[in-house]
Design a protein around this ligand. Structure first.
Ligand code: PAF
Length: 276
């Protein structure tokens, strides 16, 4: 495994890499969820490239960029067995002084995470464009856990004719159902127990749906009641939306994305399932 810290350094070795190239963009502090993407990339490609970059432009002014968890040595150790190249660019090189070029994907970024975190998806789309331009992968791997991010990236690649395939990978969960996330490390023991309520609410939506419920308002209401019964949980949103357009539904007739954002203490957790 080789580490590369500059764009020029990566460009120097790019022509020597065997194709197809599988790419996993990350912000580090890796967990089993990231590793599942890296392992899938390993199975499907001759070269695996992973980037670790805590992208400042996707954090809002009130979001804690400085305290985002980081552990480079541990990340490199975890990647060692599956990865050929780890790309670790610097913010200074990615966003030079006077930087002014942005990628804005409209429509599906106005709702859910995009509505609560203005500028977030502009930062994500911009950094992914830069990473795709530099790494030049055959395929890039993204988790269903960040469902809206996945849709934004797919739309961007399709509409801007980027020459790569986006591979969606299932959410990896702890034994009790909590979706793996670097943010879980912020939870104390009591909050960690309370965080189980996210998956319980999503399971409830699946049960209601398989019992024949198609009224989206009923599903939202039942999920909301369940979460409100957990004293440490504070709902940001509970959504039942069309899985492509992300518009809220009254009736479920096609695929629906059930997603939620819940604050447990000061930690904001998101999760989702797809119905139908
Ligand atoms: O999902 C993430 O970790 C980030 O949003 C990504 C895709 C690496 C871009 O910074």
């Amino acid at each position: 495994m080789k580490t590369v810290e500059t764009i020029a350094g990566y460009r120097e070795i790019r022509s020597q890499l065997y194709e197809p190239i599988g790419f996993v963009p990350t912000m580090g502090y890796l967990h089993e969820g990231h590793l599942s993407l890296v392992k899938r990339a390993r199975e499907e490609n001759r070269t695996v490239v992973v980037s670790i970059f805590v992208n400042p432009t996707q954090f809002g002014p009130d979001e804690d960029l400085k305290n985002y968890p980081r552990d480079k040595q541990r990340d490199l150790y975890m990647l060692e067995s599956y990865t050929d190249i780890v790309f670790l660019p610097s913010a200074e090189e990615f966003y030079t002084s006077g930087y002014n070029s942005w990628v804005d994907i409209e429509g599906i970024t106005d709702v859910l995470e995009g509505a609560r975190r203005p500028g977030h998806f502009r930062g994500v789309a911009t950094v992914c464009t830069k990473l795709f331009n530099i790494v030049q992968p055959t395929r890039a791997y993204f988790a269903q856990k960040d469902a809206q991010q996945l849709l934004v990236i797919k739309k961007m690649v399709r509409e801007l004719n980027m020459p790569l395939e986006i591979v969606a990978c299932p959410t990896i969960r702890e034994q009790d159902g909590l979706a793996m996330s670097s943010r879980n490390t912020y939870l104390n023991q009591e909050q960690r127990q309370a965080a189980k309520v996210l998956y319980k609410a999503l399971k409830l939506s699946e049960e209601l749906y398989s019992d024949g419920e198609r009224d989206a308002n009923t599903i939202r209401r039942r999920m909301t009641e369940l979460i409100e019964a957990e004293p440490l949980a504070e709902i940001d949103y509970v959504s039942v939306a069309n899985a492509e357009s992300l518009q809220e539904l009254d009736k479920i007739s096609d695929k629906a994305l059930v997603s939620l954002a819940v604050n447990i203490g000061r930690t904001r957790l998101i999760d989702n399932v797809v119905l139908g």
